[in-house]
Design a protein around this ligand. Sequence first.
Ligand code: SAH
Length: 215
Amino acid sequence: MEDTYRHKGMRRKLVNEIRKKGILDEEILGAIYRVPRHLFLDSGFLSYAYEDKPFPIGSGQTISQPYTVAFQTELLNAKSGMRILEIGTGSGYQACVLAALGVEVYSIERQKKLYEKACDFLPQLGFDIHLFYGDGYLGLPEQAPFDSILITAAAPEVTSCLFDQLKTGGVLVSPVGVGDIQTMFRYTKEKSGKISRKRFGNFRFVPLLKDKADD
Ligand code: SAH
């Protein structure tokens, strides 16, 4: 579990690349710099760890592209002290970036292997994240309400039970769609209780699956 000057240098380059692509929030760029992404991949894949690309992590899933992680984090208005729910823990990379910002992170994963790996690995990295095994479609009603909610898999639609778990003024960020390419939306829960939404371009995510049974 080494994080050397070489790794830090590679991360600095990655941060510069993401900045050039339009992420200007220095807090978020600092969080990307602080999370050692190479430790989330098998050691043979070091050269891929600091490319701005998604990468397979096993169980048919991927670790998100760093730019996408930074972009979703920006849309969430994530700030230190907030309580944020993430749906789709996967490798835990996005959850760690939020935790590095000082967010209290709750994250749900439906694949037991990935959940168990995250339970073992994230504390070793020094990140204290509340991890849950279950179906993200249902959210975490017992822990609600959240300041914001992030879905890191493509949802065919956002279910109302997730909006119920959002504070007034809170936002939910999710790629929405059933095809290979989805549209990123940010939903805001207005004071009246009404949900408004705004679109933010096209992205490619693995699908959000119903039920927690492993495939
Ligand atoms: N945030 C991750 C990337 C997630 S990939 C990272 O930073 O690495 C999407 C993840 O969503 C996968 O791990 C997949 O197993 C999980 N997933 C799919 N459907 C789900 C559901 N209904 N509830 C919870 N997690 C789900």
